[in-house]
Write a protein that binds this ligand. Structure first.
Ligand SMILES: Nc1ncnc2c1ncn2[C@@H]1O[C@H](COP(=O)(O)OP(=O)(O)OP(=O)(O)O)[C@@H](O)[C@H]1O
Length: 274
């Protein structure tokens, strides 16, 4: 029987003396479904302000981990220390269709927050003009930006992103990636991005984790200079290492092929100015 030891804290989880402040500290985390441990004794520390990408094969438990960190799942054993100010955005923007965009942005905030607060967050994601619109009138990319604004309005110290760009077309996806990179640089919050896309991980993150068999099986720093492009020196080596950690031959398997195709389509405009 899982014991609930989830203990959200108001300040980032403490680190031993001399180490940078931690945004997240997880020890011995186990989450089981029907007696099967999807996460099994996982340990993880994320530094404050660090951008981390989380890769792993389908079904390995990435979303489960994110939901635990978001505080949406407390049926766990182990210790999870996260900042109180945290926000999550999912692949599906999850906007309430009967509320205008600005009201969606403020959804769930305590008290009676003013429209101006939503408008500030919407301006950050370039959606000022759609504040009064109904969600069904938004494009996929706009809806995703509204979802990001809803996360930003919470002023998170930890931003959790679960494949937020997965459903977007190639160009919209690149714009959304650039936006997240800019927001991260401006806000300075820790970001944990779940993605299937190795290139996306390497373009955006300081650090990439690969999840396997219920734990973090591989953990690497991405020391590439910014701005980054998929042709940067060192990119291909990291890419092939990560693909092999995922059990995919570089350039061979279908998943990687689809990503290659997307990036070829977008390569002409892809440039990360951060
Ligand atoms: N509420 C639930 N009840 C039962 N099983 C669940 C539940 N949530 C997740 N699982 C199982 O836990 C495992 C991990 O699921 P999870 O969604 O975390 O994987 P993932 O790595 O995010 O996958 P994907 O990359 O395909 O989104 C899967 O086998 C899934 O079926």
């Amino acid at each position: 029987m899982a014991t609930d030891l989830h203990r959200p804290v108001t300040t980032p989880a403490p680190s031993p003396a001399g180490e940078p402040e931690a945004a997240v500290r997880v020890e011995g985390l186990t989450r089981s479904f029907d007696g099967r441990a999807v996460i099994d004794g996982l340990a993880l520390t994320l530094k404050a302000g660090e951008f981390t990408a989380l890769l792993g094969r389908s079904g390995c438990g990435k979303s489960t981990l994110l939901r635990v960190l978001a505080g949406l799942d407390r049926e766990i054993a182990g210790t999870v220390l996260v900042p109180r100010r945290r926000a999550v955005a999912f692949q599906a923007p999850r906007l309430m269709p009967w509320k205008r965009v600005w009201r969606n942005v403020l959804l769930g905030l305590p008290g009676k927050p003013e429209r101006a607060l939503a408008e500030k967050a919407l301006a950050e994601v370039g959606l000022t003009e759609r504040a009064g619109a109904w969600p069904k009138t938004l494009s996929g990319g706009e809806a995703q930006r509204a979802s990001l604004a809803r996360a930003l309005v919470r002023e998170p110290d930890l931003l959790l992103l679960d494949e937020p760009f997965g459903a977007l077309d190639a160009l919209t996806r690149i714009k959304a990636q650039q936006l997240v990179a800019e927001l991260w640089q401006r806000r300075g919050c820790a970001v944990l991005l779940v993605t299937h896309d190795v290139d996306e991980a390497l373009l955006l993150a300081d650090r990439v984790l690969v999840m396997r068999e219920g734990g973090i099986a591989y953990d690497t720093a991405v020391g590439l200079d910014r701005p980054r492009g998929i042709g940067a020196p060192g990119f291909a080596g990291l890419r092939s290492r990560l693909l092999s950690e995922l059990g995919v031959e570089d350039g061979g398997a279908e998943d990687a092929g689809a990503d290659d195709q997307r990036h070829r389509e977008a390569a002409a405009v892809a440039h990360f100015d951060v």
